[in-house]
Ligand binder design. Structure first.
Ligand SMILES: Nc1ncnc2c1ncn2[C@@H]1O[C@H](COP(=O)(O)OP(=O)(O)OP(=O)(O)O)[C@@H](O)[C@H]1O
Length: 263
C-alpha cells in the first residue's frame, strides 16, 4: 500500500481497489449481483467472462460512468462510490475502452506526450514564452514519451499520424498515453481485441514489465490465452463471480470449463 499523507487511515494490506457487493440492473434486468473483488496494489488482476456477462458494466461502475444500484467501492483507502469520473481520475484511476481512442491527426509521439501534461507545473503563459521550467518539462516529456513508445513497440512510428496506425498499434498507443498520466490503477477493457496473436503476446509482455513501476492493472477480457499474464483472475458469469484464483486454477474449474468448453 502506498503511503498517502492526506489519507493516513488506509489500513495496511488492504487492496488498492475494493469492490464490495456491487449490484446493478438496467430497467429491471439484473446485470450484476453482489460482486465483490479486491485488486491488490502492484498486481495484474483479470476479469474474465463470456459476452454479456457484465464485465464492461462493472468497469463503467468502477471508473464512474455508472452509479451502481447497490454496493460500495473504495480506492486507496477512500470511499469513491459517489465520486464522478474526473475525481476518480485525479485519484489515479485510468481506463481504456473497447474501441481505442486516439487523436487521429496528431503524431504517435504527440498522442503519448498529451498524457503527461496534467503533471506539468508550467502554465500556458510559461510555455508560450518558453521559460526555463517549461523547456525542462518539454525535454523531460520527450524523453519519457520515447521510453513509453519503445516499451509498446511504437518507436518506429513516432512521427506517423495516429490515423495511419493499425488496430493493434492504436491499442498500444492508447495504453502508452494512459500510462503517461502515471495512474495508480490502469483498467483495460478487452485490450487484445483486434490484435494478432503476436501483437497480443507483445502487449502482454509490456504489461507484465510494468510491475516494477508499481502500476496496478485490472484487465477485462474473454481471451483466455492473453489472460495468462494475470496474477489473479475472477470469472464473471451472468452477473456473479463463479471462480477466482490463478489462471491454472480458474481454467480447471468445472463451472468455467462448462461455460467455455462445454465439457
Ligand atoms: N446501457 C444499457 N442499457 C441496457 N442494457 C445494457 C446496457 N449496457 C449493457 N446492457 C446489458 O447488460 C448486459 C451486460 O453487458 P456488458 O456490456 O456489461 O457485458 P460484457 O461482459 O462486457 O459483454 P461484452 O464482452 O459483449 O462486452 C448485456 O446483456 C447488455 O445487453
Amino acid at each position: 500500500m502506498r503511503h498517502d499523507p492526506a489519507n493516513p487511515v488506509a489500513p495496511a494490506g488492504a487492496p488498492l481497489l475494493a469492490i464490495g457487493g456491487i449490484a446493478h440492473s438496467f430497467g429491471g434486468f439484473s446485470v450484476l449481483r453482489d460482486v465483490s473483488i479486491g485488486v491488490g496494489a502492484g498486481r495484474i488482476v483479470g476479469l474474465l467472462g463470456p459476452n454479456g456477462s457484465g464485465k464492461t458494466t462493472l468497469f463503467n461502475i468502477i471508473s464512474g460512468f455508472l452509479t451502481p444500484g447497490a454496493g460500495s467501492l473504495s480506492f486507496d483507502g477512500r470511499e469513491i462510490t459517489r465520486l464522478d469520473v474526473q475525481a476518480r481520475s485525479r485519484l489515479g484511476i485510468t481506463r481504456t475502452f473497447q474501441t481505442p481512442k486516439v487523436f487521429e491527426s496528431l503524431s504517435t509521439r504527440d498522442n503519448v506526450a498529451l498524457g503527461f501534461y496534467k503533471q506539468t507545473g508550467a502554465g500556458v503563459v510559461e510555455s508560450l514564452i518558453g521559460s526555463a521550467r517549461s523547456r525542462r518539462e518539454m525535454a523531460d516529456i520527450r524523453e519519457r514519451s520515447s521510453a513509453l513508445m519503445t516499451r509498446f513497440n511504437l518507436a518506429a512510428l513516432a512521427d506517423a499520424p495516429a490515423a495511419l496506425l493499425t488496430a493493434g498499434q492504436r491499442r498500444n498507443l492508447e495504453i502508452a498515453r494512459a500510462l503517461a498520466g502515471a495512474p495508480k490503477l490502469l483498467m483495460l477493457d478487452e485490450p487484445s481485441t483486434g490484435l494478432t496473436r503476436d501483437e497480443a503476446d507483445a502487449l502482454g509482455q509490456a504489461l507484465k514489465s510494468l510491475g516494477n513501476d508499481a502500476v496496478t492493472v485490472f484487465v477485462v477480457s474473454h481471451d483466455m490465452e492473453f489472460m495468462r499474464i494475470v496474477d489473479v483472475a475472477h470469472v464473471l458469469y451472468f452477473g456473479e463471480i463463479i471462480a477466482s484464483g490463478d489462471m491454472r486454477t480458474v481454467q480447471a474449474d468445472p463451472k468455467v470449463r462448462q461455460i467455455y468448453l462445454g465439457t
